[in-house]
Write a protein that binds this ligand. Structure first.
Ligand code: SAT
Ligand code: MN
Length: 596
């Protein structure tokens, strides 16, 4: 409880609308989490995993209709439609609230209403912002406890009068007297609403209990609402990992990287470099809040406190640090269960177990045609358990950024690495990012390439063209030479047989080395119409067996592909409307002189 009047009013008004059986204020303690989990195990909503193999670990199975973010049910309800822009769904806030109020009315009947005070960013940091999530999902409470700083320390800040973002959430499944509670209650897809009211800095989410739809501190607050606040206040809220890179001489640089969901941010942020003497440590794997520091450089902080990582593909080969991180005190969602009571997913082991229980709770064997784990199955684990966490990850001033990487899944066209020629050109590269769609969002276009500017398409809380302008404005806010260098990377090029051209994972350190050395101006570049690429002699290939032909393909700038790309960018830019910044149009026109 708190004496903060605004908080009390939010909780009281919510309870009147939602009509829960009882209200519970979360303190964030271990005892509280243990008790909640016990109750869920008793109700069969959580499965206690084999505690000698995975102490403190539990498995949840969601409803098959509730397995990922729902972008077509996500709304930016700005007062004026044109402020939401062409990349967002828009409904007038009054209309959306009226519709949602109908759903919220009595939606917590028969349930407990949990009040979760949380901080995005370290307590006491000038970066940090507070939220209060109201939810009827104990699963959400347990995940928020890992993903954010939650509980007592935040209530103390609220007592001192701190402001907060109200985050209202209900799974949308009231329980009437005597009614059976399903294992994963949620509302049907057409009743799900993930709504943001940017001017009011308010979030309302109804009908889903999964990931970014329900853990409102994450995409809803730290990206959509935060991007709106960041524009007002002159900083950036980005879908980026943050890493600390140390070279063999002990010199340190920090990089951030924007990649769409399920494109390897977690793997890159915990990478074990294949090249001797280099070290990568994690600051964050998903979100970066970036501000100009007193010296004019950009400083980044990770507002989260945990990882909500994609399980399939994670293994001791692809990400040994994540494997150690999820050894204990981890919540697994929609992975498969082994006969020993451990977890399994596609890509975890070289051989597949003979028998499993799949993510829907059915028997599964090697002859089964379906996947044992859902492609968007997840682990929720504390950053504290990550063996390669950087010791200064909670530095209240953030870390100074030397380079920004933009990347997506592109089977062709985009070379392994490309350096921008200026900040403006870097913003252009961010604006034209594309990626094959993954299972992180519910869509029937999985595998198709879509434009995903700055990996923020689903997360910009306002007009995308204003967002581009905001990025461009940084040359007016600080000296251009103090801004990070900008790179486009593509680990995902494929050969004609559909095999990846580049081995990826720890071998990506070779690209990081080149970027590191570029930041120190130790190596030069080759200019091309699309940007600067490495001089082949400067890319460290020691110990890597890659044929000359494959290596050349990685940097091949194919005019036919680029003609197509330029046409596609042209059409994309047109779809963004008349407020597209002129300098970006000019960047495209320059490219069109080479590729038409
Ligand atoms: O489900 S989340 O939105 O949190 C994960 C992601 O899409 O990056
Ligand atoms: Mn993400």
């Amino acid at each position: 409880m708190t004496e903060n009047r605004k908080v009390k009013a939010f909780v009281e008004e919510s309870a009147i609308l939602l009509q829960p059986n009882q209200i519970y204020w979360c303190d964030g303690s271990l005892a509280e989490a243990t008790q909640l989990m016990e109750e869920l195990v008793l109700q069969n909503k959580a499965i206690r995993l084999n505690q000698s193999l995975r102490p403190g670990c539990y498995l949840f199975r969601s409803d098959p209709s509730d397995v990922a973010r729902v972008e077509n049910r996500t709304f930016i309800a700005s007062i004026d439609e044109k402020d939401a822009g062409p990349t967002n769904n828009w409904v007038h806030p009054d209309e959306l609230k009226a519709t949602m109020r109908q759903f919220f009315r009595g939606s917590m009947k028969g349930r407990t209403m949990y009040v979760i005070p949380f901080s995005m960013g370290p307590i006491g940091s000038h970066f940090s912002k507070i939220g209060i999530q109201i939810t009827d999902s104990p699963y959400v409470v347990l995940n928020m406890r890992i993903m954010t700083r939650m509980g007592k320390s935040v209530l103390e800040l609220l007592d001192q009068g701190s402001d907060f973002v109200p985050c209202l959430h209900s799974i949308g499944y009231p329980l009437n007297e005597g009614e059976m509670d399903p294992l994963w209650p949620c509302a049907p897809i057409e009743q799900k609403y993930i709504s943001h009211f940017p001017e009011e800095k308010l979030i309302w989410s109804y009908g889903s209990g999964y990931g970014g739809n329900a853990l409102l501190g994450k995409k809803c607050f730290s990206l959509r609402i935060a991007s709106f606040i960041a524009k007002e206040e002159g900083w950036l809220a980005e879908h980026m990992l943050i890493i600390k890179v140390t070279n063999p001489l002990g010199r340190v640089k920090y990089f951030t990287g924007a990649f769409p969901s399920a494109c390897g941010k977690t793997n890159l942020s915990m990478m074990v470099p294949s090249i001797p003497g280099w070290k990568v440590e994690t600051i964050g794997d998903d979100i970066a809040w970036i501000k100009i520091g007193p010296d004019g450089r950009l400083y980044a902080t990770n507002p989260e406190a945990g990882f909500f990582g994609v399980a399939p593909g994670t293994s001791v080969f692809s990400n040994p640090n994540a494997m150690k991180c999820i050894q204990k005190d981890t919540i697994f969602t929609n992975v498969a269960l082994t006969d020993e009571g451990d977890v399994w997913w596609e890509g975890l082991t070289k051989s597949t177990p003979k028998h499993l229980i799949d993510w829907q709770g059915n028997d599964w064997n090697q002859a089964s045609s379906s996947k044992a784990a859902h492609p968007n199955s997840r682990f929720t684990a504390s950053i504290q358990n990550c063996p390669c966490i950087s010791s200064n990850w909670e530095d209240t001033n953030g870390v100074p950024i030397s380079a920004i990487l933009f990347g997506g899944r592109r089977p062709d066209t985009i070379p392994l690495v490309l350096e921008s020629t200026s900040w403006e050109h870097g913003v252009f590269l961010g604006s034209i990012m594309g990626s094959e769609m993954t299972a992180a969002t519910i869509s029937n276009e999985i595998g198709n390439v879509r434009r995903d500017p700055f990996a923020m398409k689903p997360f910009i809380g306002y007009h995308v063209c204003d967002y581009f302008n905001h990025w461009l404005s940084f040359t007016n806010r600080t000296k251009e030479e103090l801004l990070p260098k900008i790179y486009m990377v593509n680990w995902f090029q494929k050969d004609q047989e559909g095999q990846f051209l580049w081995p990826g994972f720890g071998e990506n350190a070779r690209v990081l080395q080149w970027i590191f050395e570029r930041c120190d101006q130790q190596v030069d570049t080759i200019s091309t119409p699309i940007g600067k690429i490495p001089n082949p002699r400067d890319l460290n290939l020691d110990g890597l067996h890659i044929s000359k032909n494959r290596f050349e393909q990685l940097f091949n700038i194919d005019p036919t592909s680029w003609k197509k790309e330029v046409t596609s960018i042209h059409n994309y830019y047109q779809s963004l409307g008349s407020t597209l910044p002129k300098v970006l149009k000019e960047q495209l026109e320059k490219l069109e002189t080479y590729y038409t």
